[in-house]
Write a protein that binds this ligand. Structure first.
Ligand code: ADP
Ligand code: MG
Length: 701
């Protein structure tokens, strides 16, 4: 394959400099190889030929053999239309062109058998085919044989330079014509044999020019497997290397801080899942290698407490710990939660955010450097170069999808011996995605909620039921509960949202004011202190309803709030809805999530709403999200820095194959860690190529 990757696409027959630059711009095709790896998005059966009498306007495509009997032109200039009368010997239909007439017309020959291919439509109660593909029957028989025609995605820009799907297909053919010999294999022979995969050359020929669906499936399987296999081989290799390279703090002592807290302070029993995860983390911390662990757990599963207990292990070993959250509200809430847990313990904990006053900031900076300050909780402010530690041993990053790779890397570098890193996320990531995005991190899962929680009752209502819902809210408030009402995010370009939120606030206020019910409002465009005040009023129970945008999406913890009303549900993504719902159900009361929407919603929105109503399980929701949206859209994949540009495999659909490929890769590395054996030579070589191409594939936390 390496030869083909070295040949500039402009040298390919039918390309030339102008088309080459368009291919580069639009599809990132630089070489012959790049072109071969642009795969079709669909295939159409070309084995079937129709008689004109059988053709209906509803058919997606038809293929007819026949001759052109006459040509006609109608109209002037821009409205000009070329019509060819086409017969199969028995019946006639019209072939029509509106564009490229000057080019098409002279090429149409009489007394020649043509194969016509295109989408039939109805015009003036007659069937016609607009802009058909036409090919002389004799030529068709000469070219590369295939029965399924491949279709390629092309842009408007490509089409206007004559690079439509058919042209791309022709170029693919030209690549194969230019070869002398076969395309070199990229998987070792023993893998091909063991898994009964077809060779690369045949796979590529048949992905573009399949003779039948059987061989097409084999080609797709081989290429998908290879793609996923190398992704996994690369990840597992990286993980292995890092284990060897990065020595970590050895936290061998479980001492006063941890034990004192565990035995004297912990107000409840840990769940089994929490215990299991703490054990896993303790093993890592004592292993001598730097920990890089992802802690997944549904909202409310008690991750913060796990984080705190790990920090205490760091303290027991004379190291400092920091906890970084994506927003000031969250960081503050973490501080409060942790301070409450720690009220009887002698530990210095402080908050550092963008709005920390200079005097406090200076003091915090110097106390971190001297080691007097043991736990620091904060936002991005923790990353600043000025923040130095005496001995930073553990970094915990909460709700990690909001942080970029570069930011995490900066924290990493704050200590000579890199700190252990625990990334906590409440956005459950489907297994397949986790395996590719975080495949080089160890993963812990808290798959159990603290006891006594009642599942949240979720219902869907259309907007016209608003009064009934207000009434329900009122009853809940009379029972002493509090309520969130969430509107879509306010952003600069969306004046509408603001209007919705303001109007919503007015409506709610008008309705509830007479009952003496108080309402807070927060949104992203508010000043921080105003926002904090409103939040505080709600948290302390001064107000009973919080009208908000999605700023409350992550982390906010008001256990007395038991109703979540979401407005314009159709405008939220699934994982966002799940996060929002997670704001209730934190106390012992039965909680409710009410999804409001208009009557006009898309099928996809409807599916999202149905999923929410059906299940409370974050992992099930994440899998559904992946199916509905595809991996590229899942929150966090862009920022994660590990965006695998998969060309053929689909993380939403090929989960099993991914797991299979990962197992194979793991087994190979188990036997040949450095891939240095003769039979794995190809693997080592391919891996190097991949790593060169993906600069991004570095350490991710
Ligand atoms: P998460 O961060 O995973 O969403 P939190 O750590 O905020 O969850 O925990 C949610 C609530 O559950 C908090 O009020 C916390 O004190 C409480 N909690 C945590 N662990 C337990 C437990 N084992 N038993 C009872 N309550 C718990
Ligand atoms: Mg949390």
């Amino acid at each position: 394959m390496s030869e083909l990757s070295g040949i500039d696409i402009k040298f390919l027959a039918g390309v030339g400099p102008k088309k080459a630059s368009i291919l580069k711009q639009e599809l990132k095709i630089n070489s012959y190889e790049d072109l071969l790896y642009v795969f079709p998005y669909k295939y159409i059966d070309r084995t079937r030929f129709y008689k004109i009498s059988e053709v209906k306007a509803t058919m997606p495509y038809v293929q007819i053999v026949g001759r052109i009997t006459a040509l006609d032109e109608f109209g002037e200039k821009r409205s000009k239309r070329l019509v060819a009368y086409f017969t199969d010997g028995d019946d006639e239909l019209e072939l029509v062109w509106f564009k490229g007439i000057n080019f098409v017309k002279p090429s149409l020959k009489p007394d020649t058998d043509y194969v016509v291919f295109g989408k039939p439509s109805m015009f003036n109660r007659k069937i016609n085919i607009v802009h058909p593909e036409l090919e002389e029957e004799t030529k068709r028989k000469k070219r590369l044989e295939f029965n399924l025609q491949a279709f390629y995605l092309t842009s408007e820009k490509m089409k206007s330079s004559f690079l439509n799907s058919k042209a791309i297909s022709k170029l693919q053919e030209n690549v194969f014509m230019s070869l002398n010999g076969k395309i070199p294999e990229t998987l070792p022979k023993y893998i091909l044999e063991k898994l009964q995969l077809i060779n690369l050359h045949d796979a590529l020929v048949n992905i573009h020019f399949p003779k039948d669906t059987d061989i097409l499936k084999k080609a797709q399987y081989r290429l998908k497997f290879e793609e996923l296999f190398y992704v996994q081989l690369n990840i597992l290799r990286m993980k292995q290397k890092r284990k060897i390279q990065y020595k970590g703090h050895v936290f061998s002592r479980i001492g006063e801080y941890f034990n004192g807290f565990y035995h004297n302070e912990l107000p409840f029993q840990l769940t089994n899942a929490q215990k299991k995860v703490i054990r896993e983390i303790r093993n890592d911390l004592g292993s001598g290698r730097q920990m890089n662990r992802l802690l997944q757990g549904d909202v409310g599963s008690g991750k913060t407490l796990v984080g705190l207990m790990c920090m205490l292990i760091a303290l027991d070993n004379n190291a400092q710990a920091c906890l970084m959250a994506p927003t000031e509200i969250l960081a503050t809430q973490h501080l409060e939660t942790i301070q409450e847990f720690m009220q009887n313990m002698n530990v210095r904990i402080e908050l550092l955010t963008g709005s920390t006053k200079k005097r406090d900031r200076d003091r915090i900076h110097s106390d971190l450097e001297s080691g007097d300050l043991q736990i620091i909780i904060g936002t991005h402010a923790l990353i600043e170069d000025k923040v130095k530690f005496k001995n930073l041993g553990l970094v915990i990053i909460d709700e990690q999808h909001r942080f970029g790779v570069a930011q995490r890397a900066k924290l990493w570098k704050k200590n000579q011996l890199p700190p252990h890193v625990l990334v906590m996320t409440a956005t459950p990531i489907p297994r397949t995605l986790a395996m590719t995005l975080y495949g080089d991190l160890e993963v812990s899962v808290i798959d159990e909620l603290p006891p006594g929680r009642k599942p949240i009752h979720t219902v869907h209502y259309y907007d016209n039921k608003r009064l009934a819902i207000y009434d329900f809210m009122h009853k809940q408030i009379k029972l002493g509960r509090q309520i969130y009402m969430v509107y879509p995010m306010i952003s600069e370009s969306e004046k509408m949202d603001y209007k919705n939120l303001e109007e919503g606030f007015e409506n709610v206020n008008n309705y509830f004011d007479r009952f003496g019910i108080r309402i807070s409002m927060v949104h992203g465009k508010m000043k921080a202190d105003e926002k904090d005040m409103q939040m505080q009023n709600f948290a302390s129970g001064k107000t009973q309803i919080l009208v908000a945008t999605t700023v409350i999406e992550v982390g906010v913890n008001v256990p007395n709030a038991s109703v979540m009303v979401i407005e314009s549900t159709e405008r939220f993504g699934l994982s966002q809805l799940h996060q929002l719902r997670g704001r209730v159900g934190r106390g012992a009361e039965q909680s409710y999530c009410i999804l409001m929407s208009s009557h006009k919603i898309s099928n996809e929105s409807r599916k999202r709403i149905e999923t929410m109503v059906r299940t409370n399980d974050g992992f099930e929701i994440a899998e559904e999200d992946l199916k509905l949206r595809g991996p590229g859209d899942i929150e966090g994949t862009q920022q994660s820095g590990l965006s695998y540009d998969l060309k053929i495999a689909n993380l939403g659909k090929d989960g099993e194959l991914l797991q299979f490929a990962r197992n194979i890769a793991a087994k190979i590395l188990e036997q040949d860690e450095l891939l240095s054996s003769e039979k794995n030579f190809i693997l080592a070589k391919q891996l190097k190529r991949i790593q060169k191409a993906k600069i991004n594939w570095s350490v991710i936390s």
